[in-house]
Design a binder for this molecule. Structure first.
Ligand code: ZN
Length: 177
């Protein structure tokens, strides 16, 4: 196993629901291509999604979204979860914070993560921070992440590269390696 693909917050609330982002639509086929290829190569696919509870601090900032057990917290149907995939429920921006993600990656002997999903400058960034603190190599699939604006997207990618040494690659570059 070479790496784990983290699919972050590709849930109904973030794509078509309460915090919808039309820009997210164009990354769906790219993520689909990456995860299909990754499974075939024997790599790990992990969906890390908001499953908020009513007093979570984020709700004060964004309002209710991705509530545990709600339809909005479901991964969008275009990205089909397979039996070999893992699902991580998170209550903050980071997919590592108080979830089983680090243990899962350790158990699988994975030291490299590929970040995909929403949003480049928010959950992707905080997940990358926690991955960096724990010594993981980080690749960001640039055509598999999005943000609410061009500026957020560009600054988000730039930050990941500068601060965490993330390699910024397209899906095709990742797949051809
Ligand atoms: Zn959230």
């Amino acid at each position: 196993m070479k790496y784990a693909v983290l699919v972050i917050d590709m849930n109904k609330d973030f794509v078509t629901g309460k915090l919808k982002c039309e820009r997210a639509l164009k990354i769906i086929p790219n993520i689909d291509k990456l995860i299909k290829n990754s499974r075939k190569q024997g790599n790990l696919v992990i969906f890390a999604s908001d499953a908020h509870m009513k007093d979570d601090p984020e709700l004060r900032v964004w309002g209710e979204h991705g509530m545990a057990g709600s339809e909005g917290a479901d991964v969008i149907p275009e990205l089909k979860i397979e039996e070999s995939d893992y699902i991580i429920e998170k209550r903050t921006y980071s997919a590592f914070y108080k979830t089983g993600l680090n243990k899962l990656l350790e158990d699988k002997g994975v030291n490299k993560v590929i970040i995909t999903g929403l949003h480049t400058n928010i959950c992707d960034r905080h997940t990358a921070a926690d991955a960096f603190f724990r010594g993981y190599k980080i690749i960001v699939a640039k055509d598999c992440v999005e943000a609410f604006s061009d500026k957020d997207q560009e600054e988000g990618l730039d930050y990941l590269k500068k601060v965490y040494g993330a390699k910024i690659k397209s899906v095709d570059e990742i797949i051809s390696n």
